[in-house]
Design a protein around this ligand. Structure first.
Ligand code: G6P
Ligand code: MG
Length: 211
């Protein structure tokens, strides 16, 4: 029924949210800005600069564009250092099994992520050359909830959106899939979202969608 599955990366294939949190926390502490896990949850699926804007909502002064780009760049340097902790062991047997099962049944597999560090993360977890196409933060103008990142993936696969299933953990990602005309499956927070077509309790559940 589906000719391709487009996977979000962070929160679906692997878990980088703790690293994003630690890196943003250092920036927030340095700037004396309140930041906790709850604010961090709002950063899921959102681009780096938009994440910074959300964090700076708690600041008591305005920041110039120049200051913001320095903060975003500093966060990314801290984040990239933390990513060095990631190895193939960060790809669970469950996720690898699901990916292999789908790919071996002749369905195309793709990545649709807002992250500009997608290629780096994929290589850390041993999936550098695994996907038929990778659409990420480096080839889009507008991040989720805009459908651009998924539309670019479908275009590269030469498929129509309705032939593709998007797998997401963030509401912003499910909205993006919906706006783009894609089918959607959601885990975590996205499994409780009303626009999610197939709510999943774990990644293994995804295989039931194909039965
Ligand atoms: C993913 C994450 C977001 C992150 C975004 C940008 O979508 O879920 O939390 O802000 O990527 O990541 P980047 O690696 O480009 O800073
Ligand atoms: Mg995600």
């Amino acid at each position: 029924r589906f000719k391709a599955v487009i996977f979000d990366l962070d929160g679906v294939i692997c878990h980088t949210d703790q690293y994003h949190y630690q890196a943003w926390k250092q920036i927030a502490d340095q700037e004396n800005v309140f930041f906790d896990e709850q604010v961090n949850n709002r950063l899921r699926g959102v681009s780096r600069m938009e994440s910074l804007e959300i964090i700076l909502e708690q600041a008591d002064r305005p920041y110039t564009e120049e200051e913001k780009s320095v903060l975003a760049e500093t966060k990314n340097e801290i984040y990239k250092k933390l990513l060095k902790n990631m190895t193939r062991a960060d790809l669970t047997e469950e996720v690898k099994g699901v990916l292999d099962n789908i790919k071996n049944s002749g369905i195309k597999v793709a990545i649709g992520s807002s992250s500009r560090n997608t290629k780096l993360i994929l290589s850390r977890i041993g999936l550098a050359d695994y996907f038929h196409t990778v659409s990420d933060g480096t080839n889009i103008q507008r991040s989720k909830p805009d459908p651009e990142v998924f539309l670019k993936a479908a275009e590269a696969l030469k498929l129509a959106p309705e032939e593709c299933l998007v797998v997401e953990d963030a509401q912003a990602g499910i909205i993006a899939a919906h706006r783009g005309g894609f089918h959607s499956a959601g885990i975590g927070e996205a499994s409780k979202f009303h626009l999610t077509e197939y709510p999943l309790s774990c990644m293994g559940d995804l295989l039931n969608v194909f039965e």
